[in-house]
Design a binder for this molecule. Sequence first.
Ligand code: ADP
Ligand code: ASP
Ligand code: MG
Length: 408
Amino acid sequence: MALIVQKYGGTSMGSPERIKNVARRVAKFHAQGHRLVVVVSAMSGETNRLVALAQALSRAPDPREMDMVVSTGEQVSIGLLALALQDIGVPAKSYTGGQVKILTDSAFSKARILGIDEAAIRRDLSEGKVVVVAGFQGVDADGNITTLGRGGSDTTGVALAAALKADECQIYTDVDGVYTTDPRIVPEARKLDTITFEEMLEMASLGSKVLQIRSVEFAGKYKVKLRVLSSFEEEGEGTLITVEENRNMEQPVISGIAFNRDEAKITVLGVPDQPGIAYQIVGPVAEANIDVDMIIQNVGRDGTADFSFTVSRGDLDKTVNVLDRVKAVIGAKAIEADKNLCKVSVVGVGMHSHPGVAAKMFRTLSEEGINIRMISTSEIKISVAIEEKYLELAVRVLHKAFDLDRHI
Ligand code: ADP
Ligand code: ASP
Ligand code: MG
C-alpha cells in the first residue's frame, strides 16, 4: 500500500461542508489501506483577513509578529479536519509546523525549509493514523514561528513527501489540473495531462499560482511524483508533472501562458555608463532581500544610461528607499517608479527547436496595439512587461495565436 501526501487548498477547506468532503476523500484512501499525510491550508479568505487585521494595527508590521498572526489560519484548519475525520471513524492527529517539526531559516514571510523531523509522523502512520499537518508554517532554530510565502502549503506538502519518500504528492485544488493558462481568464484554456518540471517551474515562477514555485523546485530536486487534481470531482487523473518531455510529433511549441500582475518598474535615470554601475544598483537591492526580475539598460549618446528593473509591488517602496541611499554615490539623476505594469509570458520546451516564437508573440501584441515595455527570455520562455490594463486581452490573443485552445 502506498504512502501518499495529499494537500488541500483554501477553497477546498472553505466551509464545514467542504471540510467534511475532504474528510470523506481522505477516509476513502485510508479505507483502501494507504498511509496518508494530509497538509491543509487556511480556510479560503482567512489568510487575507489576518493580513488585513495586522495592517489595520501597524503600517509596517514587524515580520516576526506578522508570521505569528498569519500562521494561525492553518492551525484552525488542521484541528477541524482532524475532528471531521474522527467523527467518521478515521483515527487522525493534527500537527502544527512547529510540532512536526518543520525547521526553516528565519526569513519571516518567505522562510525556506531546512529540514523535517519525520519521526512522530512515521510513528502515527505505523499506528494506522492519518496525520494532518498545517501547511505554510514552520519554526526557526530559535523557536520562532515562520511562514513560507503565500501559497506555501504546496511547498509543505511536497517537502513532506520528499522527507517521507512518499509514493505520490497530490495537490487538491479548485481546478482539475494545470491548464494552458488560468481558466478564469481564458475559458477556452485546456487542461494538460502532463507538463514537464521545467515548464511548470517557469509557469509557477512567472505567476501561475496553481503551484507555489518552491514546491515545484522541491519536487524536481527530490524526484517527488507530483500531481494536481480537483477536490470537487470524484474522478479524473489531474495533471502529472513529469521529468520526461512529451516527445511525440505533436509536441506543441508553447505549452502555456503565465501572467503576473504583481510587477513594478523602477528606473534609475542618468547613471554613468561604466563598469560596476549595475552591481552598485542591484547589489544593495539584493542585500535588502528584494528579488529583482526583468532588467533593461538603455545607453544614451551622452555617456549616461537609464537602468530599469522590476520588483514585486510589495517591495517597491522598500526598493526606492534603498536606491535613494545609493543615488548620490552613483551619480544618478533621478529615480522613477511605475506600478501599472504586468508581465505576460509564453512557456514551452518546444521553443528550443522552433524559431520565430518571439516574432509571433510581438506581432500578435502589436496587432492589438499593445506596447511592449520590457522583454526577457530564457531557453523555454519569453516574457514581456506591458501596461496592466492590457493583461487579459494579451493573454487571450496569445492563447489563440499559439493554438492553445486547439485539442491535439
Ligand atoms: P489553492 O487554494 O487550492 O492552493 P490556488 O488559488 O492557490 O488554490 O490555485 C488554484 C488557482 O490557480 C485556480 O483557481 C486558477 O484560477 C489559478 N491558475 C492560474 N494559472 C493556472 C493554470 N495554468 N492552470 C490552472 N489553474 C491556474
Ligand atoms: N494560507 C496561505 C495563503 O493563503 C498558504 C496557502 O494557502 O498555501 O497563502
Ligand atoms: Mg495555492
